[in-house]
Design a protein around this ligand. Structure first.
Ligand code: NAD
Length: 403
């Protein structure tokens, strides 16, 4: 294939910027075919939209996502909107024959996620989910090491995603509104680490053994005339006027994997001292791995095959193209570190690889794959609310309105 595809981006705030940057840069650093054309950006805020389009190089802007998605000019719809509209937008795009790249979590509810996966299954178009942390070189290398047998049988997985922006001064953004977000730290952060654990270990989460969810801050200041702006620090709160937070601030759960490992997951927006500590540790019969996004250019490896006298944690600098570190060849010389935005640009290159009929460098979650993560999210909430273990495979018989 030699050609181009017209992209329409829905959403122009946090992920709008991350995705715009990815479509803008991907062809500069990767040999992509097709080449993305930044055709139209869609968002609700007309005042800022034109300026956003000009700044990032979008040819057109619109506040009407339905007509953009239906337009024959568009080949790929990129969804960076709040979770409650993912299903409506993705299904409309798939029915119009567009490829769809959707932000995580796949949806706010399991029912929405199932409808999206069903629409993807009956469409010839391709689907992609922005679990961008798979494309951090250290995480991609961890997956390669596990797949090559470096850890052997896996005994333990310990995953945590710790942020602290959700204190009492943070207003009632959409992320604290259950009807929009679906859940709080759980769908926002546990979604990422569930995906990372599934990806790196190659094992599925089969049982949630127990879970806890908690809302520490039950009321937050209302944002003036808005359903909630960007992640933090945006939008003026209306003095004194408060609304109810209807999501968790933190969720922890214990699980078993298909390979028999014991796993723990913790997501919180109230981990004072941590800002974006997206971490996992994996212990196997032959070695162990550890990763923390706050030191994203490093991967920790403990190798029981090395001489006993020198055994210890090795900190691998994962920025060396000569060492074959994933994606690094496209970027800078050794130890010229990568950042958050590179994971999105790396993902854009793999989306284009797949659209062009080539293999992605790293396995890409589509809607069917992201539905598996959504089912684990849902199982954890069921487990927390019923104080009971939940088999992920049994979920079809359970309530659908939780996650
Ligand atoms: N992959 C990641 O690391 C990551 C990080 C942050 C957010 N996300 C996900 O990205 C999505 C968006 O989050 P965000 O932080 O960018 O939110 P945001 O509030 O910063 O931006 C939301 C954007 O969507 C637009 N929008 C809202 N409703 C719309 C509608 N009905 N039609 C068209 N546009 C609409 C808004 O105008 C705004 O531009 C969420 O699903 C979130 O979970 C993923």
């Amino acid at each position: 294939m030699t050609g181009s595809i017209n992209v329409a981006l829905l959403g122009s705030k946090f992920m709008g910027r991350a995705h715009s940057n990815a479509w803008l840069k991907v062809g500069k650093f990767f040999d992509v075919d097709p080449v993305p054309v930044m055709h139209t950006v869609v968002a609700r805020n007309t005042a800022e939209l034109d300026q956003f389009a000009r700044r990032w190089g979008w040819q057109h802007s619109s506040t009407d996502w339905q007509s953009v998605v239906a337009s024959g000019d568009i080949d790929l719809v990129d969804i960076g909107t709040p979770n409650d509209v993912h299903a409506e937008q993705a299904i409309a795009a798939l029915e119009a024959g567009r490829h769809v790249a959707c932000e995580k979590p796949l949806a706010g509810t399991l029912a929405d996620a199932e409808a999206m996966a069903a629409a993807a299954e009956s469409s010839a178009a391709k689907t992609f989910v922005w679990f961008n942390y798979r494309r951090v070189p250290a995480v991609a290398l961890a997956q390669r090491l596990v797949a090559a047998g470096a850890l052997g049988r896996i005994y333990h997985v310990r995953a945590a995603y710790l942020q602290s922006w959700g204190g009492p001064d943070t207003p009632l953004l959409w992320r604290f509104q259950g009807d929009i977000a679906g859940s709080g730290a759980h769908g926002d952060l546990n979604a990422h680490i569930i995906d990372a654990v599934r990806f790196v270990t190659g094992e599925e989460i089969v049982t949630v053994e127990g879970a806890m969810e908690h809302t520490f801050i039950e009321e937050r200041e209302l944002l003036e005339g808005s359903a909630g702006g960007e992640i933090a620090g945006s939008g003026a709160a209306t003095a004194g006027s408060k609304g109810r937070s209807t999501v968790d601030d933190a969720v922890m759960f214990l699980a078993r994997t298909s390979g028999g490992a014991l796993a723990s997951f913790e997501a919180t927006r109230l981990a004072t001292g941590y800002h974006n500590a997206n971490r996992f540790e994996i212990h196997g019969e032959k070695g162990a791995l550890r990763f923390d996004f706050e030191r994203m250019n490093e991967l920790g490896f403990y190798n029981l095959d090395s001489d006993d006298a020198v055994q210890g944690w090795t900190t691998i600098d994962v920025t060396r193209s000569g060492a074959g570190h994933p994606y690094v060849e496209a970027w800078w010389p050794d130890s010229h570190g990568l950042g958050y935005e590179h994971s999105f640009i790396n993902q854009a290159s793999d989306i284009l690889n797949i659209v062009g009929g080539k293999e992605p460098l790293v396995a890409m979650p589509d809607f069917a794959d992201a539905l598996k993560t959504q089912r684990v999210l849902h199982a954890a909430v069921e487990s927390a609310r019923n104080h009971a273990p939940v088999e992920v495979a049994d979920l079809s018989s359970l309530r659908r309105d939780v996650t």
